[in-house]
Write a protein that binds this ligand. Structure first.
Ligand SMILES: Nc1ncnc2c1ncn2[C@@H]1O[C@H](COP(=O)(O)OP(=O)(O)OP(=O)(O)O)[C@@H](O)[C@H]1O
Ligand SMILES: [Mg+2]
Length: 206
């Protein structure tokens, strides 16, 4: 049996990850292609508890190192408990954020450095690499406008436009050296973006 495809969606807050992921799920479901969806951080009993701590605005005294290690703890749990077993059974895994988020947010925007985040990412995932990563690239103002239509910002979203711009730059820098990361212009209609995603993924599964 061949292994499942490991597909991840990345990009700044409000870039359209969930929208595109839902379109892919719909198409997989229609075509009877087996998949599971996992959410980072979270997706396991332990991980969901960690997610609550990370997104709670009351936890603004959290240090950067504590935040980084919590993300990696949730990732270690979901990789071993959910992602690796699914891929080995031939089930595709669709993930809303994975370790590239840590590289972009903690490694670049929080200036903790790629040496540290690369090392922790590899250890937490036991070197489980996505087969393809869809990076939805958009300017933070456009993403912010979309987001504000949805109500309150969470702790990370509340950090502001300059921060989102630093995250965006981090993602783009990372994409330069990773063939698996596909940079998509996310300032288009959902349908236009999805057409590109469909073509990239069907190239891999056929
Ligand atoms: N291509 C698009 N054009 C216009 N609006 C869009 C597009 N894609 C998504 N939106 C809208 O923008 C908002 C953010 O989209 P979405 O929730 O998919 O982003 P996200 O990356 O998952 O955000 P978050 O990081 O907060 O989870 C939603 O209100 C969504 O309906
Ligand atoms: Mg989302």
């Amino acid at each position: 049996m061949s292994k499942g495809l490991f597909i991840t969606f990345e990009g700044i807050d409000g870039c359209g990850k969930s929208t595109q992921l839902n379109l892919l799920k719909e198409e997989f479901t229609k075509q009877g292609i087996e998949f599971i969806e996992v959410r980072e951080p979270g997706g396991t009993r332990v991980g969901e508890k960690i997610r609550t701590i990370l997104l709670d605005r009351k936890n603004d005294s959290m240090t950067r190192m504590a935040e980084l290690l919590l993300f990696e703890a949730a990732r270690a749990q979901i990789t071993e408990e959910v992602i690796i077993p699914a891929l080995e059974k031939g089930v595709n895994v669709i993930c809303d954020r994975f370790y590239d988020s840590t590289t972009a947010y903690q490694g670049y925007a929080n200036k903790m450095g790629r040496d540290l985040t690369d090392f922790l990412n590899l250890k937490a995932t036991n070197e489980t690499y996505p087969d393809i990563t869809l990076l939805l690239d958009i300017d933070p103002e456009t993403a912010c406008r979309r987001r504000s239509e949805r109500g309150e910002a969470d702790r990370i979203e509340a950090l502001g436009l300059a921060y989102q711009e630093a995250v965006r730059e981090g993602y783009l820098e990372l994409a330069k050296s990773e063939e698996r990361i596909k940079v998509l212009d996310a300032d288009r209609t959902p349908e236009a973006i999805y057409e590109e995603i469909h073509n990239l993924i069907w190239d891999l599964i056929s």
